[in-house]
Design a protein around this ligand. Structure first.
Ligand SMILES: Cc1cc2nc3c(=O)[nH]c(=O)nc-3n(C[C@H](O)[C@H](O)[C@H](O)COP(=O)(O)OP(=O)(O)OC[C@H]3O[C@@H](n4cnc5c(N)ncnc54)[C@H](O)[C@@H]3O)c2cc1C
Ligand code: FES
Length: 510
């Protein structure tokens, strides 16, 4: 049914009904379309983001680009192409024609094709093959971009995981809550890899890298030569020894298999102890509460997320979970487990069917260290994501790069950052010399609250809150010496996009 805001676009739209910089939501046959005016130009594109169905009419228009309000994917209004992750697929795009005082939507444009890399001066020097180690966010985004750019030589994606690349953020959210099905978790179907001739090598850990010979070797003894290499090995959960606990009582969450196991365990559990108050632990808490499991969180912190987002957000998050029945034991650690009894450092005991440890991750650097790449709490890369060895790139949770926003070397564990780095690394493998300058972005979903965070603030000297966190409608701005480093928002998606755009322009003028 047509919503009151939607108009029928099949008979043209008077120009004066399309204000400059605004969206007109309409219908063309079965398609939901948004009509956009940017100066004297008119564009018509699909209204729904292919990533998670975000309503693009509530997004941000920036020249001839449109950004999605949910997770900041960016689309070209001229071609519909998904210019930046987390969306990979294009949105529909129509040819728009002005005739007199009306604009008309004509034919749908064909799917966009990139030609930049093929026509660039360095295209003759494209590597003979590309090997990507790591089948996660960065690895898949890089393989996808290599093919989108028309690179037609072998691309091999090698992953230690038994599953093809999947939607890792969902593992602690809908999938664990039991509201997402197994089939929704893979990011791409088997046809996708076959059609694009991306060779997927699963269940295979790369154990050594010879930078002189340009070869990698797998644990199973097989070897692969490469023209260019992308390391995208991500991170692994920090393992914590818990006296008295057996392996069958302690769980971690990183992989699809981990989440499947947890979901199965949760189905018959009554009470669970979560160790740590990290984003993942808090998302697990929310998902287990949705299943009716009683949740206790034990963490040494004074407030959850205080180190990353400050006490104001920490208090809000604690209140949110308490309102859903979660019991916090803050300022405490687990000292011992005896059968079902978990003893805390303050002497209290809590019963638990099992424990989930969410105490942070460690980047998977073994390969880089063994190969002698420059490593400093992450693989050190330059602005083009190239490691200390030419032709070898790194992206995602393992990469430590010069961040133009904070001015230092940073390593960040966010899904969208990893995907965008994979895309930029692919461009640079093809010689396009693109600097990685995206403003870091992440989101977390707990119950009905989604917190979006744009920028990166390791420390700040001023915090400004607008709106009300308790009313689940507010923004927190983190500043250092008067400069905005990061903005966290709840129910203010447009403000998050505007903050991203402002941070992007601030590095352009510096
Ligand atoms: C449960 C969960 C929920 C999350 N939710 C969010 C969220 O809501 N928002 C957000 O911004 N971020 C979230 N994150 C973080 C985000 O998923 C990571 O930042 C992102 O996946 C990093 O991408 P990556 O490509 O660097 O590594 P990964 O996605 O971890 O992929 C690394 C890959 O490398 C493989 N690998 C490792 N070593 C080797 C080797 N030697 N040989 C071959 N393969 C190897 C691994 O098997 C894996 O396939 C979440 C993480 C988890 C675990
Ligand atoms: S729904 Fe649009 S970026 Fe996720």
């Amino acid at each position: 049914m047509e919503s009151p805001k939607q108009i029928d676009l099949s008979h043209g739209v008077p120009v004066d009904r399309i204000p400059d910089g605004a969206f007109v939501e309409g219908k063309l046959g079965d398609d939901d379309v948004i009509l956009v005016r940017s100066g004297s130009e008119f564009f018509a594109v699909g209204a729904t983001c292919p990533h998670y169905g975000g309503p693009l009419a509530q997004g941000l228009l920036l020249g001839d680009e449109l950004r999605c309000p949910l997770h900041h994917a960016c689309f070209s209004l001229r071609t519909g192409e998904a210019l930046r992750a987390p969306a990979f697929d294009a949105i529909s795009c129509w040819r728009v024609e002005r005739s007199g005082d009306k604009v008309f939507l004509r034919d749908k444009l064909p799917a966009p094709v990139r030609t930049q890399a093929l026509h660039s001066a360095g295209s003759k020097n494209h590597p003979e093959s590309v090997v990507i180690v790591g089948g996660g966010a960065a690895g898949l985004a890089a393989a996808d971009m290599l093919r989108r750019e028309g690179y037609d030589k072998p691309v091999t994606l090698i992953s230690a995981d038994e599953s093809a690349p999947y939607d890792r953020p969902n593992l602690s959210k809908d999938y664990l809550a039991g509201t997402a099905q197994d089939e929704w978790i893979p990011l791409r179907s088997p046809d996708y890899y076959r059609d694009r001739e991306i060779t997927l090598v699963l269940n295979s850990r790369v154990s050594s890298l010879d930078v002189q010979q340009k070869r990698i070797r797998l644990e199973n003894g097989k070897a692969h030569g490469f023209g260019a290499l992308l390391l995208a090995t991500g991170a692994e959960p920090v393992k914590l020894p818990v006296p008295g606990a057996s392996d069958s009582q302690l769980y971690y969450l990183r992989t699809f298999a981990d989440s499947r196991t947890l979901a199965q365990k949760a189905a018959s559990a009554k009470q669970v102890v979560l160790v740590g108050a990290s984003f993942i632990a808090l998302e697990v808490a929310a998902s287990l509460r949705e299943r009716g499991v009683v949740v206790h969180i034990v963490a040494p912190d004074k407030l959850p997320l205080e180190r990353v987002m400050g006490p104001e957000v920490g208090r809000f998050v604690r209140g949110l979970h308490e309102a859903h029945g979660v019991v916090f034991h803050l300022g405490e650690t687990v000292t011992r487990v005896d059968g079902r009894t978990v003893t805390l450092s303050g002497g209290d005991t809590v019963d638990a069917d099992f424990l989930v440890l969410g105490v942070g991750v460690r980047p998977s650097l073994a390969l880089a260290e063994q190969a002698g790449l420059k490593v400093d709490r992450g693989i050190v890369v330059d602005a083009y994501l190239q490691t200390s060895v030419p032709g070898i790139f790194a992206a995602g949770d393992i990469a430590r790069w010069p961040d133009p926003h904070s001015g230092g070397l940073v390593r960040i564990e966010h899904w969208v950052v990893a995907e965008r780095q994979g895309q930029v690394a692919a461009h640079n493998i093809l010689g396009l010399r693109e600097r990685f300058e995206a403003v870091p972005f992440f989101w977390t979903q707990q119950y009905d609250v989604s917190i979006k965070y744009i920028g990166h603030a390791e420390k700040w000297d001023a915090v400004e809150i607008s709106g009300s966190l308790d009313a689940k409608d507010g923004a927190v701005t983190y500043r250092l010496a008067g400069r905005t480093l990061a903005v966290a928002t709840i129910s203010r998606d447009l403000q998050s996009l505007q903050a991203e755009a402002a941070m992007e322009s601030s590095i352009r003028v510096r």
